[in-house]
Ligand binder design. Structure first.
Ligand code: ADP
Length: 304
């Protein structure tokens, strides 16, 4: 697998507060990578570090083969487009003027591609309308348009659907899918709402309190969130010992009940349990929802 970005044990401290802790993630080429975590989990901090807006306290990352500690990283970042926190838009300018401004900032020799970017984000018919009169969704799409100037291969979007109505959320989702389809762009997109990403992300990284708690592909997630097995046992300690040995994912529900998120060979499991004097009292197949799996990873309430 080819990765456009690999972070290796990245950490960020604000005095004694650990905003990011030893965070390692990998974004495969062509992925729509959903970076999911509650507000305050550390998403923006990591994205800012990748964009070079902040330095990590420790750790490093590789972007398009360039190490963050090498000079080459500046060149690698030219392949990056980003909208981190609020998009940098000139409110007194039209969509087209905003884009022209970005062409100038990047020192591009012509406005080649400008019209197709406007069309791509669905803002080609906004004419003389100034950005200050745009809806939030239009501003967000203008922000993405600006990040597309310079023809990036990799787009970093920080909570692009934050505050948008359902229609706005759909428009952003469709835009990202179009970018992947037509430009083969890799996208790293953060959100505190898993449900918003679940319809189109190909990979996920779940972050909680500055730590990556799970990195998983859509296929793996679908498998987990399909069926799982609820097992009732008379000795939870012995049961978890066996489950650990089998290397399967599980969640303890009570002193006697455990949910196992993997295809199980039932006879092998019973045999292993018997070996440690643990009795299986019952076994049922159940359906896991995406949201409850997420909750099992990050715990507590989601902040939708
Ligand atoms: P997210 O994007 O997941 O909502 P952030 O990366 O913005 O989270 O913030 C992670 C944590 O770091 C939060 O608790 C936030 O308050 C803290 N934080 C962010 N920037 C600073 C800063 N400049 N100084 C101190 N704490 C900060």
């Amino acid at each position: 697998m080819e990765y456009v970005l690999k972070t290796m044990g990245v950490g960020k401290n604000y005095h004694s507060f650990k905003a990011l802790e030893n965070l390692s993630l990998k974004v495969p080429k062509g992925a729509i990578y959903g970076f999911v975590g509650k507000n305050g989990a550390g998403k923006t901090t990591l994205l800012r570090i990748i964009c070079g807006l902040q330095q990590p306290t420790y750790g490093e990352y590789i972007l398009y083969g360039a190490n963050s500690t090498d000079k080459e990283i500046v060149k690698a970042r030219r392949r990056l487009g980003a909208v981190v926190e609020t998009p940098s838009i000139y409110l007194e300018m039209t969509a087209k003027e905003n884009l022209k401004q970005q062409y100038k900032i990047l020192g591009l020799p012509s406005y080649h591609g400008l019209e197709s970017i406007l069309t791509m984000v669905g803002l080609s018919d906004t004419g003389k309308k100034k950005a200050k009169n745009f809806s939030l969704g239009m501003r967000q799409r203008l922000g993405i348009a600006i990040s597309l100037v310079g023809d990036p291969d990799f787009l970093i979007l920080d909570e692009p659907t934050n505050g948008l109505d359902p229609q706005g959320i759909i428009e952003i989702r469709e835009l990202i899918l179009k970018l992947k389809r037509e430009y083969q762009i890799t996208v790293l997109i953060s959100s505190h709402i898993l449900g918003e990403l679940s319809k189109f992300a190909t990979h996920y990284g779940f972050i909680d309190k500055g730590q990556l708690v799970k990195e998983i592909s859509k296929e793996e997630l679908d498998e987990i969130c399909g069926k799982y097995t609820r097992i009732e046992v008379n000795d939870m300690k012995a049961a978890t010992f066996v489950l650990d040995e089998l290397g399967v994912e599980y969640r303890i529900i009570s002193d006697t009940i455990v949910d196992v998120f993997a295809k199980l060979n039932i006879s092998r499991l019973s045999l292993q349990l018997a070996k440690v004097d643990c009795e299986m009292l019952s076994l049922h197949e159940q359906e896991e929802s995406l949201e409850s799996y997420y909750m099992s990873l990050v715990g507590g309430e989601t902040n939708e």
